[in-house]
Design a protein around this ligand. Structure first.
Ligand code: FNR
Length: 321
């Protein structure tokens, strides 16, 4: 895995499931992160082929480009999970940036930034025992110097790259991103820095290069810009929203994504447009077929589902209340 000059789909809870990752790859993303998966939830799951409640679903197509992001506060548990998927994913990333109460209370996410020894230990354990690259994703601290001191410690574990979200733990998405602090880090460490936090300013593909330049980073990672319109990864330019939704829906059908997750992702593409008559029809839909019909893909959905059933793959998600 090479982290230079890459455009990356950021980890996003409920958004970064398999269909969205495949869509980002189709549109030109170089690397895709999974949503954060919590270590102990993962350890309670079993490996299945197309069956059971899904914690993490993957496929051959993304194998060399998918980074599994873990939420963890414990190196032994993190290693156990990483060993379960070591041959299925391209790299493992540790979330050190999530400011949600659930993460902080569990000693995960941003809590690790105030426990550098623990953070280092988790990374070092993974680096020493895995055959695939290990990375982490952090938020900045209050000053460039404090951020760099922490980053140097994390880098000394042997990680291959570091994603830096240019906001502190108390700053929210609407706050300006501190490109200068990302730049300071990138100037002073030897591994690739993946700059993150620029979605508000990234409205088209060429803005990605501007953000890369402003942060002096090796690569750029996009979350909200991709959540809203995944075709931001296309060099050829943005596609209309309905085209993106159709492309997304086909993948959701092909990979038997759950109706609730599919609906959630489309809601985040539609945003204000949920107030239109079509948007309201969408909000009332419950099954994958009902969602697909709104974008003229009802026939496609039924055909695929009957193929799956013939092949013996349960049409479980379509058995709705
Ligand atoms: C996120 N973010 C996030 N970060 C992370 O490390 N693990 C995660 O699972 C999530 N989940 C998540 C869900 C959603 C819906 C959003 C919008 C964001 C944070 C995200 O990866 C990124 O750091 C920020 O959104 C800033 O980048 P952008 O949006 O400016 O590109």
């Amino acid at each position: 895995m090479n982290y230079e000059n890459k455009i990356i789909l950021a980890p996003m809870v409920r958004i970064g499931t398999l269909p969205m990752r495949l869509l980002a790859l189709k549109y030109g993303a170089d690397i895709v992160y999974t949503e954060e998966l919590i270590d102990w939830k993962f350890l309670r799951s079993k490996r299945r082929f197309n069956d059971g409640t899904i914690v993490f679903r993957t496929c051959e197509e993304e194998k060399k480009k998918v980074v599994l992001q873990l939420g963890t506060c414990d190196e032994a548990r993190a290693l156990k999970v990483a060993k379960l998927v070591e041959h299925d994913v391209a790299a493992i990333d540790i979330n050190m940036g999530c400011p949600k109460e659930f993460s902080i209370k569990g000693g995960m996410g941003v809590a690790l930034l105030s426990k550098p020894d623990k953070a280092y230990q988790i990374l070092k354990t993974l680096v020493d025992n895995l055959s695939i690259p290990v990375t982490c994703k952090i938020r900045i601290l209050k000053t460039p110097e404090a951020t760099l001191e922490l980053v140097n410690k994390l880098v000394s574990s042997g990680i291959k790259a570091i994603a830096v979200h240019g906001r502190t733990k108390d700053e929210r998405p609407q706050h300006a991103v501190h490109t200068d602090i990302i730049h300071y880090v990138a100037d002073n460490i030897s591994i690739p820095v993946i700059a993150n936090g620029g979605s508000k300013e990234i409205e088209k593909h060429s803005d990605v290069a501007i953000f890369k330049e402003m942060t002096g980073s090796s690569s750029v990672m996009l979350a909200r810009a991709a959540e809203w319109n995944c075709s931001i990864f296309r060099k050829e330019g943005l596609l209309p929203m309905d085209t993106v939704i159709k492309d997304y829906l086909k993948l959701a059908v092909d990979y038997d994504n759950s109706p609730s997750n599919t609906k959630y992702c489309i809601q985040n593409i539609l945003r204000d447009l949920q107030e239109t008559p079509r948007g309201r029809q969408f909000l009332e839909s419950q099954t994958l077929e009902q969602i697909c019909s709104i974008w003229d893909l009802g026939g496609y959905c039924l055909e695929k589902q009957s193929q799956f059933q013939k092949m013996g793959i349960q049409g479980r998600w379509q058995v709705c209340p």
